[in-house]
Design a binder for this molecule. Structure first.
Ligand code: F6P
Length: 549
């Protein structure tokens, strides 16, 4: 108990019960759990929309799941969830509502913020985006010289980049192959250089994406992009045909020189990392078209409704969040791997890193008290088959417990044919084989039975008992992508609610930004920067020396 009489999370009965249960389960192997319940493979599954979610290969029993649900109940997860959906200001440190769910609500829904129904304005922006996307796709919207737009370059960073960049990659085969879409985020000039070096400025549309429109990387890149355009087209009036903005900040957009008629708006109740289904998705909508974009939003909405209404026993995001807590807080797991078996999901885990780590990388509670429990995990991973030949060794036989999500599809994308289509079975054979090996391993006796010399037996023995979730869908469509992202959004929400942290602020990124602004004059002008520590001062001096300054 605290000085003020409040019980801390790890002192609650629900937490203690889980800690005790964890001790009781110590030494239980997944092999034992499957032997005890032959129907476990079918029973520990959920179907949500198109997603078949198998959690049978987790170190849990019915009792574990019951205790985890009790923890969720004791920590008020459903209450906070309902407050979020109602538009209450659950982002306490920024005093904001958290309503990314309104971005995919149907046209006739009513969701109020401060007494105003926000759904009509969400749809007004979606309609404006759709009209613009169609004009670009059809060639009606031309560049300054009258040439058709062939290239779209999104300039943004973090939530204003990762979402559209990831989704564009995922839905490549649904896109217009005659349009090039590129994503520039890094303030390293090489990023913009490589993205534009082979493009014709007269055929290029820049989409400047920034919620605040103050992010230094984005404004710097956008300024350089404008110069690149003007150097080629030589006329300030060209900017209006080649630059549009996605932002919540009309004033800053106008100050940058983009006509606010060419601005697509969103609102402060949409967090950056929860924003790619808002105006931030314009580049994606241009690539795949408004209808596909709408299908994606419907996929999001389907899982929103599932999370909002499904009972705890059958609530997939809740379950996935609680499983993460089971490993992070009761098994000392430090990280969580997300391993997609789809080339198109190559940027998926990078996207989830921001979603999860910026949301739940917090060290104080919503009331500002230091936490005494672990919060968000390190999220990492790349497409599975490549990982198999790189870091899977550590997951299989290393000393760290790394729970992992395996995401795969029964069908390859429709565009694949012939031998490339046939390769899909091999891809998926790997997918299934890996989760089996991780769960069940190979015992020393099994290794010996294969005639392996005794001195190699320990090396070739796989302990197994490595937990995984398998998410399987028929095909990777826009709707399925929306379903997957909403699944993870609400998983992250669940964990933040249990840990009693604010999953919707990101103060931790501020200090570095402030210091970077302070350090820059030291690099360029050799200015004396007050408060520079001795290590950094010496490094800055070395940098200047290397640059001949
Ligand atoms: O610095 C972190 C951050 O604020 C992210 O949360 C956000 O997604 C990103 O920067 C970009 O911010 P903006 O969209 O305002 O440019």
């Amino acid at each position: 108990m605290n000085a003020d009489g409040r019980t801390r999370l790890h002192q609650t009965p629900a937490w203690s019960a889980l800690a005790k249960h964890r001790e009781e389960l110590a030494g239980t192997h997944l092999r034992d759990l499957f032997a005890a319940d032959p129907r476990r493979g079918d029973g520990y599954t959920l179907q949500v929309g198109d997603l078949h979610i198998d959690y049978s290969k987790h170190l849990v029993t019915d009792e574990t799941l019951r205790l985890l649900r009790e923890l969720a109940a004791a920590t008020g997860v459903s209450g906070l969830r309902d407050a979020m959906f109602r538009g209450e200001r659950i982002n306490v440190t920024e005093d904001r509502a958290v309503l990314h769910t309104a971005l995919r609500a149907p046209r006739d829904a009513v969701i109020e913020v401060d007494g105003e129904n926000v759904v009509p304005k969400v749809h007004a922006v979606l309609d404006k985006m759709a009209a613009f996307a169609e004009r670009v796709r059809s060639g009606e919207w031309t560049g300054h010289t009258g040439k058709r737009i062939r290239n779209v370059v999104n300039i943004g960073i973090g939530g204003s980049d990762l979402g559209p960049a990831m989704a564009h990659e995922v839905l490549r085969s649904f896109g217009d192959r005659d349009l090039t879409a590129r994503f520039v985020s890094n303030v390293d000039g090489a990023d913009l250089h490589e993205a534009t070096r082979d493009l014709d400025p007269a055929e290029t549309l820049f989409i400047v994406a920034s919620k605040t429109f103050t992010t230094i990387e984005t404004i710097t890149n956008a300024t350089s992009a404008r110069q690149w355009l003007l150097d080629a087209l030589g006329d300030d009036s060209a900017v209006a045909r080649h630059f549009v903005a996605l932002s919540t900040n009309a004033e800053k957009v106008a100050a940058f020189g983009i006509d606010t008629a060419n601005m697509f708006e969103f609102w402060d109740w949409v967090g950056g990392r929860y924003s790619y289904d808002s105006a931030i998705g314009l580049s994606l909508m241009i690539a795949i078209g408004p209808d596909r974009f709408r299908e994606m939003l419907d996929g999001f909405h389907l899982v929103d409704e599932h999370f909002r209404t499904a009972p705890a026993e059958a609530n997939a995001p809740l379950l996935m969040g609680l499983l993460g807590i089971w490993y992070g807080n009761f098994h000392d797991a430090q990280s969580h791997a997300v391993l997609p078996y789809s080339h198109y999901l190559s940027k998926f885990t990078a996207y989830l890193q921001q979603l999860d780590m910026e949301s739940n990388g917090k060290h104080v509670t919503r009331d500002g008290e230091q936490v005494d429990w672990q919060t968000g995990p390190v999220v990492w991973g790349t497409p599975g088959t490549n990982g198999q030949h790189a870091y899977y060794q550590l997951i299989h036989q290393g000393t760290k417990l790394i729970p992992a999500d395996f995401i795969g599809f029964a069908e390859p994308v429709a565009e694949l044919s012939g031998e490339l289509r046939a390769q899909h079975d091999l891809l998926m054979a790997n997918f299934f084989a890996q989760t089996q090996a991780l769960a069940f391993g190979r015992t020393a006796d099994e290794v010996r039975a294969e005639g392996v010399p005794e001195e190699l037996v320990p090396h070739k023995t796989f302990e197994g008992n490595r937990p995984t979730t398998t998410v399987l869908a028929r095909e990777l469509t826009p709707s399925v992508l929306g379903q997957l992202i909403a699944l993870y959004e609400h998983k992250v929400f669940t964990q933040g609610a249990v840990w009693n942290i604010d999953s919707f602020d990101q103060w931790g990124v501020e200090l570095g930004k402030v210091l970077a602004k302070r350090v820059e004059p030291a690099l360029t002008e050799g200015a004396e920067v007050p408060g520079l520590d001795p290590s950094t001062r010496a490094l800055v001096a070395k940098y200047r020396e290397l640059r001949g300054r």
